[in-house]
Design a binder for this molecule. Structure first.
Ligand code: SF4
Length: 127
């Protein structure tokens, strides 16, 4: 069975319109302006992946939220589950950019890492 899908490539701002033809599990991509579109389109057609950036709650600081991101892409179908797992996470200072705040999110081999430093209030005031 042959399946045809269309996507807008999100690998760069150019946003090429991709057509993906899947024949016996083999994806053929057209409409791409560079090789990245082939890889992205083939992945998107069979198992879409996405990055995740969000914030987590802070306790012990006047700051309320700390920005975090997943260390790698994860299946698009698991993003809502990931957000549910992240919701109860609370961090306390100090936290360094790159620190893991939640390891192996959903067992997907992706960590949730801080994207900013979090100092105790007294240390922040001294800067
Ligand atoms: S195919 Fe290449 S040029 Fe086109 S949007 Fe994707 S990454 Fe950008």
């Amino acid at each position: 069975m042959i399946e045809l899908k269309e996507f807008t490539c999100i690998e760069c701002p150019r946003g090429c319109r991709l057509a993906v033809r899947i024949d016996s599990g083999v994806a053929t991509v057209s409409g791409n302006s560079c090789p990245k579109g082939v890889a992205w389109g083939a992945q998107e057609a069979v198992a879409p992946m996405r990055g995740l950036t969000t914030t987590v709650r802070i306790e012990g600081s006047s700051r309320r939220r700390l920005p975090v991101r997943a260390s790698g892409d994860m299946p698009l179908s698991r993003l809502l589950d990931a957000m549910a797992a992240i919701d109860p996470v609370v961090v306390r200072p100090p936290v360094r950019r790159g620190d893991v705040v939640l390891a192996d999110l959903l067992g997907l081999g992706v960590d949730l890492v801080a994207t900013d430093d979090l100092e105790a209030d007294a240390e922040r005031g001294a800067e």
